[in-house]
Design a protein around this ligand. Sequence first.
Ligand code: ADP
Ligand code: ADP
Length: 237
Amino acid sequence: MALIELRDVAKTYPPRRRGGDPVRAVDGVTLDVNEGEILGVVGYSGAGKSTLARLINALEPVTRGTVTVAGQELTRMSEGELQKVRRGIGMIFQQFNLFHSRTVWGNIAYPLKVAGVPTSQHQARISELLHFVGLADKAHSYPEQLSGGQKQRVGIARALAASPKILLADEATSALDPETTQDVVDLLRRVNRELGVTIVVITHEMEVVKNLAHRVVVMENGTVVESGSTFDVFADP
Ligand code: ADP
Ligand code: ADP
């Protein structure tokens, strides 16, 4: 059984204005994410990628179909159980979504607090994470004092703090220059190899997926139009 299973999943949003048409953001997606892999989800803006991420992360209910994470079907869960699933999935974003009023340390401590990790264990865990992402000297900096690449490293450390099995990266390198993008790609590869975290990389940047993903799914208008190994999908026709 795959770690994440989507079966004929659809998500329709109500019309944006009165009398408008409902928006079929995701329209019948079936896919598996296997434990230990890096899956790339690529497609142009509006293809439904972010909606797919929010369905996997149980931030939105599906309109149709089923999402199963680690053998548990989300539609059958109580809100309390869904919160547990969400805590088992780390997320990183294009705009990093850090808390500006908190230091790097405070940002990484936040998910530990939410997960109920005793404060006595925070020091060791946060130090370990800061070393892993190469920011051991930035614990007391505020996000505004960091470069974009450093901010995303904090985002990754925060996403990993509560030891999730899954990391969802939603356009995580889209605000970064090519060199910094490569650094973050290398870091995500280490997250996968050294920590065994399964990663779903959502992006419109084909190069990122080409460099990082084992397998690729191509989305268009809410559907999967192509899928396969990265090598096959990007091979010249
Ligand atoms: P992508 O991440 O690939 O750019 P999205 O999942 O953000 O795609 O969007 C897919 C479609 O759903 C787009 O047409 C978008 O305008 C629409 N959409 C996304 N979120 C909402 C929402 N909350 N309400 C209405 N329509 C939405
Ligand atoms: P915030 O601004 O979100 O409160 P802080 O960085 O001020 O975040 O610190 C949050 C908690 O972590 C505080 O209790 C602080 O004393 C502790 N802390 C911060 N940095 C360190 C550190 N390097 N070693 C040990 N404890 C720290």
